[in-house]
Ligand binder design. Structure first.
Ligand code: HEC
Length: 194
């Protein structure tokens, strides 16, 4: 209702001196509103009444399954090629391996590889075989009963290679106060090994 003879659009209510103009809504706004409403009805019917489309959780599941399949395929490829792997020597990979070692392995093997809970990785005594491939295998599978974690699926294949290659460079580095070998009769490797 408008009562102001000077401005037919001005409505008669007022709040703190603020008054309202009875404008028509702009047609673009009205159309937007109508379209949104139509969309909302369609959305509701599609997803929640007919349940044709996957909801967020199902979509996430599908993507996660796809991602897992990719990851497992990459790991399987890596594992089938393990026997042919050689230590990497490029500086970028070794630096990345060092980062992983310091962050993830040092708590048990000490930052210089001298050993804490885990064995010394710098001496010639290796419980699980002394060559590079043995090292990669231990990192992949861990030694659950002794507390060495499995890094399968935690580290990517390239990261496992990098950290294994970094450890390889620690061999023979003679850090101070190293952990003595638990079983000195285990396989040893000459310090000038390849
Ligand atoms: C929670 C502690 C812990 C962490 C973290 C850990 N390790 Fe170990 N690791 C061990 C223990 C304990 C052993 C000894 C297993 C055994 O005696 O059979 C071991 C053994 C190993 C061996 C075999 C040594 C040998 O003598 O044959 C390698 C290689 C190794 N770890 C590498 C790594 C790398 C690389 C990481 C990080 C990505 C890592 N470890 C993280 C505890 C750990």
């Amino acid at each position: 209702m408008n009562k102001d003879p000077n401005d037919p659009l001005l409505m008669d209510h007022e709040a703190d001196g603020i008054r309202e103009l009875d404008n028509n809504l702009p047609s673009w706004w009205v159309w937007l509103f109508v379209l949104c409403t139509v969309f909302a009805v369609g959305y509701l019917v599609y997803y929640h009444v007919l349940r044709v489309g996957p909801l967020q959780a199902a979509e996430y599941q599908a993507e996660a399954t796809q991602g897992d399949a990719l990851k497992n395929a990459a790991l399987a490829r890596f594992e089938s090629d393990v026997a042919t792997l050689k230590p990497l020597s490029d500086a970028v990979a070794l630096e990345q391996g060092k980062q992983s070692f310091v962050n993830l392995c040092a708590p048990c093997h000490r930052a210089d590889g001298g050993g804490l809970v885990g064995p010394n990785l710098c001496d010639p005594v290796w419980s699980h075989g002394s060559n590079y491939v043995d090292t990669v295998q231990v990192i992949i599978h861990g030694v659950a009963e002794k507390g060495m974690l499995s890094w399968r699926g935690v580290l990517k294949p390239a990261e496992i290679q990098a950290v294994a290659s970094y450890i390889y460079t620690l061999r023979g580095s003679n850090p101070p106060d190293p952990k003595p070998p638990e079983d000195p009769s285990k396989p040893t490797v000459p310090m000038d090994f390849e």
